[in-house]
Design a protein around this ligand. Structure first.
Ligand SMILES: NC(=O)C1=CN([C@@H]2O[C@H](COP(=O)(O)OP(=O)(O)OC[C@H]3O[C@@H](n4cnc5c(N)ncnc54)[C@H](O)[C@@H]3O)[C@@H](O)[C@H]2O)C=CC1
Ligand SMILES: O=C(O)C(=O)Cc1ccc(O)cc1
Length: 317
């Protein structure tokens, strides 16, 4: 049996991601003790019934005490409140991390409250489902998925390496980048796709009753996939859009321009434009599959041809 990487791991928030980390850390023997905190008694009782940890608390300061690694697993809008609550009881030398889907805002919310001598290494596992709560977790969630770390410059390298080793040990591939770059990439690869799903399902839901029934009845796989994504947790996704506002609006601007050019191509009967785009997007899907994980960040924007698909860009204007 190898030595655990950490002594006490404290998980603040025990939903899908927190419970999956608990199960994976336990399975791989990565920590000697797991302490769980969440703010609702009902959720804490589920965590106890599921046997996710060794100690349980409703008090974040109590749970964070003597922890070597604290991972905050709450909706991104609650990050500042949690940082304020745990800051006074953090052990010098502890690593504090999170799993939020947005990084710049989490850094801005948490950093000012963290005392010197604490290693702050924000993280985002790009792995999840539309389910939430402690019952939704499973130990394999992070296997062969990316986990992006966004430490500030000057963060202790040993702390970053140790957190990276933790994520690798539960099956993830680790990459390090700036919070700003993370937020821009995730806006197009994750946040806008969710917004599109929420919007298309909302549009269908607003249709007249008889059409709505047919939408459900004849739901082809495209729409069904959107309904899965649009069933994701409303609190979590509200917070993502409120806290990644600039990057989402920037990407939404480009998306809207491209959508307008597709609209024009359809109106004009311009089959070449449609065919050329659909051929290019098919190749992107193949790239993703060839990369061996369907969560791999696609090669968007690295080649001039992949930038936008408006008719003006196609014509080189
Ligand atoms: N669900 C997904 O697919 C993924 C989610 N994430 C990120 O992980 C984080 C957690 O998401 P999930 O586990 O899916 O959510 P979840 O809804 O399953 O669990 C969230 C947990 O946080 C607790 N909580 C909420 N506010 C709190 C507070 N102020 N103090 C203590 N506990 C609090 C809730 O009671 C619940 O136990 C979010 O920031 C999300 O952006 C990251 C990757 C994938
Ligand atoms: O269920 C899906 O399709 C997801 O996209 C899961 C997911 C949700 C949020 C993240 O920050 C990362 C992954």
């Amino acid at each position: 049996m190898t030595e655990p990487l950490f002594g006490r791991l404290t998980l603040i928030g025990i939903g899908l991601i927190g419970s999956s980390i608990a199960l994976a850390a336990k399975r791989h023997g990565l920590v000697s003790e797991i302490s769980i905190q969440t703010r609702s008694k009902k959720t804490l009782e589920r965590a106890i019934a599921l046997g996710l940890g060794d100690t349980y608390s409703l008090d974040p300061a109590e749970a964070a005490k003597v922890a070597d690694l604290i991972i905050v697993c709450v909706p991104v809008g609650a990050s500042e409140e949690v940082a304020q609550q745990i800051a006074p009881s953090l052990k010098p030398g502890a690593i504090i991390s999170d799993v939020g889907s947005v990084k710049s805002s989490v850094v801005q919310q948490m950093r000012p409250h963290l005392p010197n001598g604490i290693h702050f290494v924000p993280a985002h596992p790009i792995a999840g489902t539309e389910h939430s709560g402690p019952d939704a977790g499973f130990a394999e969630l992070f296997e062969n998925r990316w986990c992006i770390l966004t430490p500030e410059e000057g963060t202790d390298k040993a702390a970053v390496d140790k957190l990276a080793a933790f994520w690798r040990a539960i099956g993830a591939n680790v990459e390090v980048m700036s919070p700003e770059h993370h937020d821009l990439v995730l806006a197009i690869t994750s946040h806008i796709p969710h917004l599109i799903a929420y919007n298309i399902v909302g549009t269908a839901a607003d249709m007249e009753e008889n059409v709505r029934q047919e939408v459900i009845k004849f739901s082809a796989s495209g729409f069904r996939d959107f309904t899965r994504i649009a069933a994701s947790d409303p609190t979590m996704w509200r917070d993502i859009f409120l806290h990644n506002k600039d990057a989402v609006l920037e990407m939404l601007g480009r998306f809207t321009e491209d959508l307008t050019s597709l609209q024009r191509a359809i109106r004009r009967g311009d089959g070449d434009t449609l065919f050329e785009l659909f051929t290019r997007t098919r190749a992107i899907r193949r790239n993703i599959l060839d990369a061996g994980q369907d969560t791999a960040v696609p090669d968007f924007g690295r080649t001039p041809a992949a930038k936008g698909h408006g008719t003006t860009e196609k014509n080189g204007a």
